[in-house]
Write a protein of this length. Structure first.
Length: 100
């Protein structure tokens, strides 16, 4: 489930031309990657801010800082999650062997 969600964010990053920091900001704001197109400006909507600027403005309003303290790309975050899961599985397996 998590890898599919992260894959959706990778596709949204490419589709909308977002940086890693902007994707992380959008995730922290609770945005949905499939509905970013509704928030993005189009030729017929000149009053809307471009999506990257919109995300950055909302982030400053909500968190009071320009960007996240630690910026991880989606790929780095996925690798860290996979490593953590593998370590947890190994610990659980070792515990079962000791007690069982």
């Amino acid at each position: 489930m998590a890898s599919k969600n992260l894959a959706d964010w990778i596709a949204a990053r490419k589709r909308h031309g977002l940086s890693h920091a902007q994707v992380q900001m959008a995730r922290e704001l609770g945005m949905n990657p499939s509905s970013l197109g509704k928030l993005d400006n189009h030729r017929q909507e000149p009053w809307k801010a471009p999506l990257p600027q919109f995300i950055e403005r909302l982030y400053v309003e909500r968190f009071g800082r320009e960007r996240p303290e630690v910026v991880l790309s989606i790929e780095e975050r996925m690798r860290a999650t996979d490593t953590k899961k593998a370590e947890k599985r190994a610990r659980r397996l070792a515990l079962r062997k000791r007690t069982g």
